[in-house]
Design a binder for this molecule. Sequence first.
Ligand code: NAI
Ligand code: NAD
Ligand code: ISE
Length: 336
Amino acid sequence: MSLRIGVIGTGMIGQDHIRRITHVLPNCEVTAVTDVDRARAESAAAMTPNAAVYDAAAPLIAADNVDAVLIASWGPAHEEAILPALDAGKPIFCEKPLATTQDACLRIIDAEVATGRRLIQVGFMRRYDAAYKALKATVDSGEIGAPLLFHSVHRNASVPKGLYTSDMAVSDTMVHDIDVSRWLLDDEVARVRVTAAKPNSLGEDLRDPIFAVMEMRGGALATVEVSVNIGYGYDIRGEISAEKGAASLGESNPILVKTSEKFSGRVPADWRERFIAAYDAEIAEWVIAASKGGATGPSAWDGYAITAVSDAALKAANTGEAADVTLVDRPALYGN
Ligand code: NAI
Ligand code: NAD
Ligand code: ISE
């Protein structure tokens, strides 16, 4: 049986997910699409053989030939699509962030808990990347001892001028580093500080780069560099420093070329190239879980906790002071 998927939001990543559902992954197909920009939805529908174009999310979610919903609209529109999909009992893949405010995340959690089962997977795809998985397995094995520090570097070659704001360096970009910090250190963030470096002139008036320090509840630290106009490519790095050793992500280029007394390798152009296999794996796992009527991977709880840290980080960036992170009690649906 093929999982029939309705896609809400057919921009850059929505189209990339339509491509992988249509041409890469088994047992799934796109049967419906919608976008506030109708022309974009129509061109996305043309990428796949059987997709109808809808004017809005509600009728797409209600459609009989839509078994599950993939949300790739911009962050502020995620909640208005998730709530009716939960109401309809349809499994959901939602791109990060789950929602852009903590209140919206809590409304989503309440609605999912009311269904009595997990229906939402959030698109924090780094957990499906081979290098991050190996780093996590090394930490969990105990081989390097208790982790004390995690250093994360998140560099984008460039971001769209006029559309990407200083706050997005936290709410759209650093959210991935918050996710992997919580996941690798198996802990929640207690407090965060954010400092801006001398601005990169290529970013015009953006606050870029920024440097964040997160204190975990158990006392470990996570540091994050976010640079969004680094120019040379898309560069993602991570290193755990632990009591008995250290472990870091390897370089992602498959070959090293040596010539004329120099060596060189490829730096990925953007997130699509660097994480292509991770996106394939996260959607493949979602298709399997959604076909059974459920969800796996990063949960609505993760989405809420990450938005809570991102809110505190924005406060810290704007005041220059450390900001505390307070979470509600975790519902039993999301484990301990
Ligand atoms: P985009 O701007 O290219 O696409 C967003 C699309 O959503 C646009 O076509 C827009 O017209 C549509 N849209 C906005 N509001 C809508 C609504 N209410 N109903 C239907 N369509 C709506 O943005 P992009 O880069 O594709 O990002 C989309 C989402 O994916 C964001 O949440 C973003 O954070 C996430 N994303 C995740 C990535 C990852 O690495 N996991 C990478 C890039 C984006
Ligand atoms: P985008 O702007 O290219 O696409 C967003 C699309 O959503 C646009 O086509 C827009 O018209 C549409 N849209 C907006 N509001 C809508 C609504 N209410 N209903 C239907 N469609 C709506 O953005 P993008 O880069 O594709 O990002 C989309 C989402 O994916 C964001 O949440 C972003 O954070 C996430 N994202 C994640 C990654 C990742 O690495 N996981 C990478 C890129 C984007
Ligand atoms: C984008 O939305 C993503 O999620 C990418 O993974 C990230 O690197 C980029 O900075 C975001 O804008």
